[in-house]
Design a protein around this ligand. Sequence first.
Ligand code: NDP
Length: 384
Amino acid sequence: MKTVSILGSTGSVGRSTLDLIAGHRDQFKVVALTANKNIALLAQQAKEFGADYAVIADESLYGELKQALAGTKIKAEAGHKAVVEVAGVKADWIMAAIVGAAGVESTLRAIQQGTTVALANKESLVCAGSFMMDAVAKYGATLLPVDSEHNAIFQVLNPQQLAQVNRIILTASGGPFLRKTRDELRDITPEQAVKHPTWAMGQKISVDSATMMNKSLEIIEASYLFKVKQEKIEVLIHPQSIVHSMVEYIDGSILSQMGAPDMRTPIANTLAWPARMKTTGDVLDLTSKINLSFELIDIKRFPSVKMARDVLDAPSGASTVFNAANEIAVAAFLDRRLKFSEIENVVAETLQMSDIKAIPTLEAVFESDINARRIAEKVVAGVN
Ligand code: NDP
């Protein structure tokens, strides 16, 4: 029996993870599940999977959670600290699927167990990448990428041949507005932005995909995960979302991983690793007249990709600011306080207004994150 915990079990990735576990109940024992506010689903999941712990980040919901779990042996806990602590409860495999920098401490705590951590929470790497990767080495943890692109690279990148890699090619669907001009983006609504053409995902990452900020975060994520310079990371638009990413070696070989756009495949890859498990996910039908197309990304149309490269060339604090500003801008857009077309401008302006320097400690990362959020909120207020 593999013991597993899921941080962010009520989200899109969390639910897909439990869906996989449901198909293999004899192989997995659920230790802990966490959520932010969704008590009803958290309690239902904890009961269905016989979890030892159910933790809600919103402290004010403790009473309700306790009530929802009455009559069971499941331990109810609440608060951000409790989420971080439960990430430290022993488990063989921990899914880090909280959205945003809110997941930094719990992801780090899971890594500090020296266990296997499946990383969906890309923002934690963007916010505090060097501290995460140092902890992976220090505590002997295994960090497995869940993001479909990074999981694809993980599957085809031979670590012994890193020096012979020409390029890492991240594919990008282009999101729902790929063919729209920047002028046409002004009045995009949250409802339109969260409707991704090929993937079903949570709200924040759906907006990030629509702005291409998701790919920008992924460039930074890839540079930390695979220890490659940004110049070696290319982005190609691939609207079909079938080739999930590629590695090009110096001998001209390009290795790719393909599959239907279904997160259960990369999650299963990390859940069963180093073995493989059967999934109920969609399987790609190669005879169904698939047309694979790839095109260069237009940096003028999607300026955040260039921003991510500049961020990686700047002192380490830049990526913390980049992530924080984007989180604020996306939340403001979803809240209808900011126009869709202003999201990248808020991030660019926040970067300009911030004191970007190398960050020596994790405490300094959090400080920089808070400062950047404050600046970004001001920028948002000024734009409107
Ligand atoms: P969702 O918004 O669907 O789910 C987020 C999860 O995090 C929920 O369980 C939510 O709880 C919880 N959460 C939100 N805020 C907090 C907080 N402040 N403290 C503790 N828990 C919190 O997101 P996704 O599942 O789409 O994405 C999760 C992560 O995975 C993101 O980093 C995303 O970029 C990454 N990812 C997602 C993919 C996808 O297909 N969805 C693909 C690749 C990467 P509650 O339900 O109570 O709000």
